[in-house]
Design a protein around this ligand. Structure first.
Ligand SMILES: [Zn+2]
Length: 347
């Protein structure tokens, strides 16, 4: 027998266990982490809004946060016109920070960015999205990498507090993206397909340093509501996320694109959801797709064991399957909608 290549290995589980397909969520859903740009920086989801709304209706999603409002006026206006204005109760659009202007505004960059964000709010933005380039790529006017907790950026966070809009922050990435792409990397296949997703090497700060800066950012701005994307940016370590939630009442998390991580540690996850049931927001990180929503509902609602968390035969984030955490109804309702109502702007 010749050696089998990893790419050709697609084992089929022989387990005979219940398969509970959840067609509709138990409660109406607010999707707090979504992207309606077809490709960020340009257009938007190419489907007519009516079609998007139809998918949302069938998936039981009553409202969706589009994080792709961008950092200028044009893109934000496009997203407001194309989505929000057509169905104001169904969409919220978040704005962003134009980091490329740090050189131009030098020591006044933070104040300038805060003023830009205020203009975005006045136009209709209902929150701020901070992309993971902060910490990994954003440089100040001297070309020095800016830490996530850089005090020069404080005016931005203060502005969000002043207008009572949330800041959804994505810091770093899966921990394995900071390791060498080798036989020991649990996301080897994903990184093999996308080598540019790797943050391994001396040109990048370590994962631990980014998390320390992130923690300090949340701690130093208690009046600002932060949503830590992707399970507080550290879904591999729910104990770390829990400690930050314990220390910072202004901190919430979303579960977008991380049921792969949550569902492979089902006992720890279930305890985490029960303990932090008031701080967890639903989101999927992928533009409305009925099948994706159903996988999330199955994870949150059922006791199903060992199922694929993705659409491919070998799921994209790693070669493992997940387990449902069968949350009680009162917790499900908080995660699906009630926590979002607390954190997001009223419509
Ligand atoms: Zn996202």
């Amino acid at each position: 027998m010749t050696d089998l290549r990893l790419v050709d290995y697609i084992p089929v589980s022989k387990l005979v266990v219940p398969q509970t397909l959840v067609e509709r969520p138990r409660f109406p859903v607010v999707d707090t982490h979504n992207h309606l740009s077809g490709e960020f920086g340009g257009g938007w989801d190419q489907r007519p809004v009516e079609e998007l709304l139809d998918v949302m209706d069938r998936a039981g999603v009553k409202m969706l946060v589009d994080l792709d409002g961008g950092w200028g006026e044009d893109l934000l206006n496009k997203h407001l016109d194309h989505f929000k204005n057509k169905a104001p109760q169904r969409f919220q659009i978040f704005g962003g920070v134009d980091w490329s202007k740090w050189v131009e505004h030098a020591d006044r960059f933070g104040e300038w960015a805060a003023r830009q964000f205020e203009l975005q709010i006045r136009r209709g933005a209902q929150g701020l999205k901070v992309w993971k380039i902060l910490g990994l790529h954003v440089k100040d006017q001297r070309g020095t990498l800016a830490p996530i907790n850089d005090p020069r950026l404080d005016p931005i966070w203060a502005k969000a507090a002043e207008f009572r809009v949330p800041v959804l922050v994505h810091i770093a990435d899966p921990v394995a993206f900071f390791d060498p792409i080798d036989a020991y990397n649990e996301r080897y296949e994903e990184l093999h397909h996308h080598p540019d997703w790797s943050f391994y090497g001396p040109q990048f700060p370590s994962f631990d340093l980014l998390m320390e800066e992130f923690e300090d950012l949340i701690l130093r701005h208690p009046a600002t509501t932060f949503i830590g994307a992707h399970v507080g940016c550290y879904s591999e370590n729910l104990s770390w996320v829990g400690k930050l939630l314990d220390r910072c009442p202004n901190f919430y998390i979303d579960i977008a694109a991380r049921i792969s991580e949550l569902g492979r540690q089902p006992y720890t996850s279930r305890r985490f959801f029960l303990r932090y049931q008031d701080r967890i927001l639903f989101g999927v990180d992928i533009s409305p797709d009925l099948d994706w929503y159903k996988i999330y509902y199955r994870f949150l609602e059922t006791e199903d064991e060992y199922f694929n968390y993705g659409a491919e035969e070998v799921p994209g984030q790693g070669r493992w399957y997940i387990y449902g955490i069968h949350l009680p109804a009162n917790v499900l309702e908080k995660v699906y909608q009630l926590n979002a109502h607390k954190v997001l702007c009223p419509q």
